[in-house]
Design a protein around this ligand. Sequence first.
Ligand code: ATP
Ligand code: MG
Length: 145
Amino acid sequence: MKIFDKTFNCIGKSELKKIAKELSVKIKEGDIIELIGELGTGKTYFVKCICEYYKIKNVSSPSFNIFNQYNGKLNVFHFDFYRIKSKNELFNIGFYENLSDNDAVKFIEWPNLIPDAIPIVNYRIYFDYCKEHKLKRNIIIVCFK
Ligand SMILES: Nc1ncnc2c1ncn2[C@@H]1O[C@H](COP(=O)(O)OP(=O)(O)OP(=O)(O)O)[C@@H](O)[C@H]1O
Ligand SMILES: [Mg+2]
């Protein structure tokens, strides 16, 4: 069930950090968070900002290694489906064991590339370039609980 959605238009990095801070206190262990948007729209950066509030500093993009794991105030699993070809591949790399771990927050970049791969989602965040200011972004946060 959709609980809320919030839209932020043409925001820069400092505003994004404030949004990440607000969301970081709402997020609970076990939550599954999809990050949807074109290349370079700020999906990884958003995870990095949220992780700062969990005292995690070394966040990097999982584009190449598909899965990164961090331990801080909350445990974080960070996936990127950009290089994944099929749902079968997700089974083979143990994605579903990680997805069902209720002791970690799970962020997933590019979930839209493998339709129906994720059965339950708690937040879906959309990222896009702001048309008026190419260096800023539009973000929509949708919460399902
Ligand atoms: N709100 C923002 N305003 C301005 N720049 C931003 C904003 N959010 C992120 N950026 C910058 O955008 C660039 C790309 O960000 P990032 O790597 O997070 O994109 P991505 O969506 O994860 O890309 P990919 O699909 O390749 O994984 C970075 O330099 C980052 O600092
Ligand atoms: Mg990324």
